[in-house]
Design a protein around this ligand. Structure first.
Ligand SMILES: Cc1cc2nc3c(=O)[nH]c(=O)nc-3n(C[C@H](O)[C@H](O)[C@H](O)COP(=O)(O)OP(=O)(O)OC[C@H]3O[C@@H](n4cnc5c(N)ncnc54)[C@H](O)[C@@H]3O)c2cc1C
Ligand SMILES: C[S@@+](CC[C@H](N)C(=O)[O-])C[C@H]1O[C@@H](n2cnc3c(N)ncnc32)[C@H](O)[C@@H]1O
Length: 627
């Protein structure tokens, strides 16, 4: 699957005169003509005994539903409504759904018009607001305590990539006679893989082959009265008995209540935040101060590295950009501050060896809302753009204010910052202990190493990454040309904000010195002068007037971060090696790490997860630290 085909719809009216979408490809309705919401409630919610199961959940407990066809999202919305009225405030719902032919944003908005005068409106409006671009792969959308993972692509393929276990299944394809691939053995085998004892299932159909397939994978199946005019439907469950007691659901991670995170750069800050959002009490340590390392430049550029659209779903820079973009937008709302400024970014696509036509095709494949060719309006505003035969305009990109990000996270009531130089980490069967050189000790249920390029010093099994020194250069100047208001990415980048022009950044391998250097100012200024010559000429900047900040990146040989639980340890985890893309990678990677710790569904493919693993093969061979 490379690109997605959107659903082709016709519109009918249901028995009450409301609009009802019909699939032209499958010649079937998305939900019942006699009351779609009632059908969802009856077939899927009651069929899985969700009212009592939600009510019986305990604080902080999680519940996972997996669905086969997302369609208009009606089942999801009905579940949100039930969850919000019955589940404890801090419990978390994961709703994982697949969709091969997603509705366009316009069609989704129209389809959900039907629920404008019902209690679903609140959730429907949120879904319309967060609905992702039609790009294959997993899109994680947050609705407070409810997380929706929308896997765009064929369910058969997506299910092989999903990590997690369902508490309940919604089997909701079109009629089996019209949509056989959604009712195939591959799907039933994945249902088995993604279930556990106590998992339940409900579906509107009572087809004999569906019943046999469920029996074949080891489920106990019941035929019950169907919705409305339908005579029968199926419900099923795994295990000898079915139990409504929430305590019998997943409890393994219930014992983790406290965590120590070592390093308060963007990796440590966002890991603390991911844990705190899950109700964990976090002590965040730094030997110096928050943002003392590579994360402490005043602004970070937030823009994707572009790849072919067909490769996007396992391509960390794009997957993390899409995730992090939504994440930062949400932070802006929660913080009521501009942590992320969506300025848009112009990308000169340098350095590249591709032909003009290849680059053009690469950009043109994408939805314009994500990436398009820099248009004539921008070309005229910034004449230097014309110098490049092709460049990209990335509307959703921008700048992160690192201080505002840090301030917001540190204000979380469950995150407590402490200046502390960690030297050793040990674990017992009960706790993880982090110690400094003076025998001061911090104890918690788990410890997480997020110490950038120095992470490997805290445990001998951790990979010693390439250290790459980088320096930004900046100058304070009033009346900076308006053209610079849009950050520009070349084989470096420049960005203007608050009367400051910032230029980045040098790359010096195997150097951990952090003194500011004149030669690196020259390097940054030369790149600026070469790439933006017209504006550079007007500004006529001098190296000696520049100020700077130098720090150290931690780079792995395959350019992927290191995420996971240390070998042979139960209580020690790590996230580092985010290279030169920390502000894109850290929001997603910290969410993945938290998901692994708490055995939650993950919002990336198994293929991509393997590329990030702390145990991956490439990390078994040390790198030569001298070249
Ligand atoms: C010049 C430059 C420009 C960059 N520009 C961008 C950009 O525009 N956009 C972007 O996305 N990325 C950019 N990057 C990359 C980005 O800054 C990094 O990927 C990111 O900051 C790494 O974050 P981190 O939290 O993993 O590490 P760090 O930010 O280095 O944090 C590690 C922290 O751990 C602490 N620590 C270490 N050891 C211990 C210990 N034993 N005990 C307690 N604390 C400890 C350190 O004091 C430090 O604060 C740039 C990097 C450089 C160098
Ligand atoms: C009956 S509709 C689902 C209705 C939906 N649950 C709702 O609440 O609106 C079935 C959905 O399955 C999707 N579908 C069909 N074949 C699929 C496949 N192979 N993989 C993923 N989704 C598929 C269809 O595009 C359609 O959206």
């Amino acid at each position: 699957m490379t690109t997605l085909d959107a659903a082709q719809l016709a519109w009918q009216t249901d028995d009450t005169g409301q609009l009802l979408p019909v699939s032209l490809a499958f010649d079937d309705v998305y939900f019942s003509k006699t009351g779609g919401l009632d059908e969802s409630n009856y077939v899927f919610l009651s069929g899985n005994h969700l009212p009592i199961r939600f009510k019986n959940l305990k604080e902080n407990q999680k519940f996972t539903i997996i669905e086969t066809g997302f369609g208009t999202g009606l089942n999801f919305l009905a579940t949100c409504l039930l969850w919000s009225s019955l589940a404890p405030k801090n419990a978390r719902l994961y709703f994982v759904s697949t969709e091969k032919f997603p509705l366009t944003h316009t069609d989704l908005s129209l389809a959900l018009q039907t629920w404008q005068d019902t209690p679903l409106k609140f959730w429907a409006d949120k879904l319309i607001c967060l609905y992702p671009l039609l790009i294959a792969g997993c899109h994680r959308l947050e609705f407070g305590q409810i997380t929706l993972d929308l896997w765009f692509g064929d369910a058969k393929e997506s299910f092989t990539q999903i990590h997690g276990q369902a508490d309940a299944w919604f089997l909701d394809g079109f009629a089996p006679s019209k949509n056989n691939e959604l009712w195939s053995d591959e799907i039933f085998n994945q249902i088995k893989r993604l279930s556990k004892s106590g998992t339940t299932l409900a579906t509107f159909t009572s087809a004999g082959f569906v019943k046999r397939a469920l029996l074949n994978i080891g489920m106990t199946v019941q035929k019950i009265k169907g919705f409305g005019r339908k005579r029968e439907m199926l419900t099923a469950h795994f295990g000898d008995y079915y139990c409504f007691d929430a305590h019998k659901l997943s409890t393994s991670s219930q014992t983790i209540k406290t965590a120590t995170v070592i390093g308060a750069g963007v990796s440590g800050l966002l890991t603390s935040y991911a844990l705190a959002r899950r109700g964990i009490c976090v002590t965040l340590l730094d030997k110096t101060s928050p943002l003392a390392g590579a994360s402490g430049n005043p602004k970070a550029l937030f823009a994707p590295k572009i790849t072919l659209l067909k490769d996007v779903k396992d391509h960390l820079p794009t997957v993390s950009f899409l995730y992090s973009q939504r994440f930062y937008q949400t932070l802006n709302q929660l913080a009521n501050a501009e942590i992320f400024s969506q300025t848009g970014v112009i990308d000169f696509l340098l350095p590249h060896k591709k032909t003009h036509q290849t680059l053009k095709n690469l950009i043109d494949d994408y939805p314009n809302e994500l990436i398009c060719q820099t248009n004539d309006i921008i070309n005229q505003q910034i004449p230097d753009v014309l110098k490049h035969t092709i460049s990209a305009w990335i509307e959703k990109a921008g700048l992160i204010d690192t201080k505002k990000l840090s301030d917001f996270i540190l204000s979380h009531p469950l995150i407590n910052f402490k200046k502390f130089h960690a030297v050793t980490i040990t674990e017992t069967s009960q706790i993880a202990e982090v110690m400094d050189d003076f025998d001061n000790k911090i104890c918690s249920d788990i410890a997480i190493i997020c110490s950038g390029f120095e992470s490997y010093l805290l445990d001998s099994q951790l990979f010693n990454p390439r250290k790459i020194r980088g320096q930004i250069s900046y100058i304070q100047k009033t009346n900076l040309p308006n053209e610079l208001k849009t950050p520009i990415k070349y084989d470096g980048y420049c960005a203007a904000f608050d009367d400051i022009l910032l230029m980045g950044a040098s790359f010096i391998r195997n150097n951990t010195n952090t003194d500011v250097s004149l030669s690196e100012h020259e390097f940054n200024l030369n790149k600026f002068n070469e790439n933006i010559p017209t504006i550079a000429k007007q500004l006529n900047l001098k190296t000696c007037d520049l100020k700077g900040r130098a720090s150290i990146r931690a780079q792995t040989p395959d350019y992927h971060p290191i995420i996971g639980q240390l070998f042979g340890k139960k209580r020690v985890f790590s996230l580092y090696g985010v290279g030169s893309k920390g502000f894109s990678f850290a929001p997603l990677c910290s969410e993945i790490l938290a998901g692994l710790i708490f055995n939650e569904p993950l919002c990336i493919s198994q293929n991509l997860l393997d590329k990030l693993s702390i145990h991956r093969k490439r990390l078994q061979t040390p790198i030569n630290q001298n070249n």
